[in-house]
Design a protein around this ligand. Structure first.
Ligand code: V47
Length: 376
């Protein structure tokens, strides 16, 4: 460490935390909270950037994916959600036929996609084989594509609805082609907040246990955190620590993804959205607290493109992907584009001074030549 950051870290009251990080000692709850309370955002970012560069150097990852929300019918009533419709006949409710869902992939036959990311509402009337057939159909169209589908909340819902165990559901989905679990549905693990914003869907212990079982079955997964609403700094760090504890047990999480709350068209619409400064800090603190999760992802749809670029100097090493047809954030007021090409993502990473690396879902490098040809 040179003298400039040392004096700055001292003024920011972060010298002891820097020493711990230097010694490879993990941070605890009170230190995580102090990182949120420190007035010096750049000092926090500098520490996070050091950890990021230790792991990944200048590399910044992204992938070529599509997002598919096959239905927005959902029996849960999460206060933050603008996407869900309670019943099939409600205004704006939709459920794709399997053919319609498969068409989303068929019509992109010429794109070198590596991932389909599916997140649905909790539909009370569909049969289980809608989901297994959905996966089988995708695999028929593109056997090589990775299927990152269904949050732990959906897995819990399927298990209860179809009278199966969580493990049986996961095994049946793997048999149909499931490759990994996305991190959605985590929201905030602290019971005080979860009771208020997501009272009628699977609780924290079950969410974590489904990831535990998935990891035991050999699946990798992600874990998210919805921030910028009613949670405290302590509850944010507690959330990270619960993810860290499960990661100590299983090692199955690939990425931690803070998700910025979007307030339009939902029951928490009176709240302001989190500021750019808060977003940069949340990602930085996640990098510092989560010493055992390889990647911290800024979901550019949620953070906004410019903040996502900046976050690459605040602990973030991954920007998710091309996405295409995202609905959950756009119905809640996101003003980002609904998709980007791989070339656009690579360009914005390079413009931020980082080295773009296209990856597949499991973080294997993909040599697509996007920087040269830019055709996708
Ligand atoms: O669980 C819903 C969030 C999540 C709002 O695993 C909202 O790679 C903000 O989990 N404001 C689904 N957030 C999306 C998700 C995700 C996204 C990108 C990558 C991955 C991954 C996972 O979206 C939900 C919920 O936390 N959400 N409504 C809203 N108004």
């Amino acid at each position: 460490m040179n003298r400039v950051p040392l004096s700055r870290l001292a003024r920011a009251g972060l010298l002891d935390i820097a020493d711990k990080l230097d010694a490879g000692v993990r941070l605890d709850l009170s230190e995580g909270v102090r990182l949120f309370e420190s007035p010096d955002l750049l000092a926090v970012g500098w520490l996070a950037n050091r950890e990021r560069e230790k792991r990944h150097g200048a590399r910044a990852f992204f992938n070529h994916n599509i997002r598919l929300e096959a239905t927005n019918v959902c029996v849960a009533s999460c206060l933050f959600c603008a996407f869900a419709r309670l019943k099939p006949g409600d205004a704006g409710a939709y459920t794709m036929s399997l053919e319609e869902a498969w068409d989303k992939l068929r019509t992109r036959r010429d794109q070198p996609l590596t991932e389909v990311h599916v997140v649905n509402g909790l539909h009370p009337d569909l049969p289980f084989d809608y989901y297994t057939e959905l996966l089988r159909g995708f695999k028929r169209i593109r056997p090589d594509v990775h299927l990152k589908c269904f949050t732990a909340v959906e897995i819990a819902f399927f298990a209860d609805l179809y009278r199966m165990t969580d493990e049986q559901v996961l095994r049946a989905l793997v048999e149909a082609g499931l490759g990994s679990l996305p991190g959605g549905g985590a929201e905030i693990f602290a019971e005080r907040v979860r009771r208020k914003i997501a009272h009628d869907k699977c609780g924290t212990e079950r969410y974590l246990d489904i990831h535990r079982v998935a990891h035991r079955l050999g699946l990798r997964s992600n874990v998210t955190m919805l921030y910028g609403h009613i949670e405290t700094a302590e509850e944010r760090v507690d959330h990270m620590l619960r993810a860290r504890a499960l990661q100590d047990e299983t090692g199955g999480f690939q990425a931690f993804i803070p998700l910025a709350f979007h307030p339009d068209n939902n029951q928490m619409r009176k709240l302001p959205p989190p500021s750019a400064a808060d977003t940069l800090r949340v990602h930085a603190v996640a990098r510092l607290v989560l010493d055992n999760i390889a990647h911290v992802k800024a979901f550019w749809i949620a953070t906004g493109v410019e903040v996502a670029q900046t976050s690459l100097w605040f602990g973030v090493d991954d920007l998710d992907g091309t996405v295409q047809e995202e609905k959950i954030y756009h119905m809640a007021g996101a003003r980002t584009p609904e998709s980007m090409t791989t070339r656009e993502i690579a360009r914005l990473i390079a413009a931020a001074g980082r080295e773009p690396v296209e990856r597949d879902t499991l973080y294997n490098e993909v040599k697509s030549g996007h920087l040269v040809s830019g055709s996708s």
